[in-house]
Design a protein. Structure first.
Length: 273
């Protein structure tokens, strides 16, 4: 049975199936030039059999496909996102399933790597997810996940400071529903969840996704960075947009762009059996 948090995420992503990939592919890792999807793919190379948990519209799997992966699969709660993933020419042969990471419909020992970009941290019952990851991985297979960081830069923290009072105004029945799980958002908690299933302690790589853009584009990207923005009504959004553009005007660069950054962490581990 799906939880309230899972139902919320499914409904949100059915309405906005490409929101996450547009956000991530709009940015580049600071002083690097790669997208965050490309960084994650590089960290599990040369894996050729890859499963993506919370695969969304298939943007990350498409990176692996373009790099010659032989076997690709993904699972996601959102039928809307999976419909977009199935339209990607690179994923014609991928095994894309509608379902939960706690109950993976894949055979034991069938993947070299399991990955998850900004999804593992949102999953209920992470011990069940990790047990399933261990089951479908080959011995010494890799699990790598990108999770959100506590900090951001440029216009992004300004957006959040202005938005938080509005988020608190939203009636309870309209508020974004998140998992009660918090361990999978930080290094020690991830290790706590992974260790009983036989995984090594994670390596931990912080980096920033540079979302610098024209002010209107930066506004949109900041909105898409937080689920709770979707709970605001039109009047609240208008107030927030006006305040955001005014409060960040001094941050604009000489060419009129607005610096913004999203900090994330990449955790990677190996199955020690």
């Amino acid at each position: 049975m799906t939880s309230a948090a899972e139902n919320y995420l499914r409904e949100y992503h059915d309405r906005k199936p490409d929101a996450m990939s547009v956000l991530i592919e709009s940015g580049r890792v600071t002083e690097d030039g790669r997208t965050s999807y490309e960084v994650l793919a590089d960290r599990v190379a040369p894996a050729s059999r890859v499963l993506d948990l919370g695969c969304g519209d298939g943007a990350l799997l498409a990176v692996f496909a373009r790099r010659g992966a032989e076997k690709l699969a993904g699972v996601d709660l959102s039928a809307g996102q999976l419909a977009l993933a199935r339209q990607r020419p690179e994923l014609t042969g991928a095994d894309l399933r509608h379902g939960r990471a706690q109950e993976l419909p894949f055979e034991d020992g069938s993947y070299d790597a399991v990955v998850s970009h900004m999804a593992f941290m949102l999953m209920d019952n992470p011990e069940e997810v990790v047990a399933e990851i261990a089951r479908v991985l080959v011995p010494h297979g890799i699990f790598a996940t990108v999770v959100g960081g506590p900090e951001s830069t440029g216009a992004t923290p300004v957006f959040l400071e202005l938005a938080r009072p509005l988020f608190r105004e939203v009636p309870e029945e309209r508020q974004a529903t998140y998992t009660a799980e918090r361990r999978t958002s930080h290094r020690e908690g991830i290790d706590e969840v992974l260790a009983p299933a036989g995984f090594a302690p994670v390596s931990w790589e912080p980096y920033e996704i540079d979302l610098t853009a024209a002010p209107d584009k930066a506004w949109t990207l900041c909105c898409e960075s937080y689920y709770s923005t979707d709970t605001l009504d039109d009047a609240q959004l208008a107030r927030l947009r006006a305040a955001f553009l005014a409060e960040t005007e001094h941050l604009r660069t000489a060419d009129g762009r607005l610096p913004a950054g999203l900090c994330v962490n990449l955790a990677k581990t190996e199955l020690l059996k």
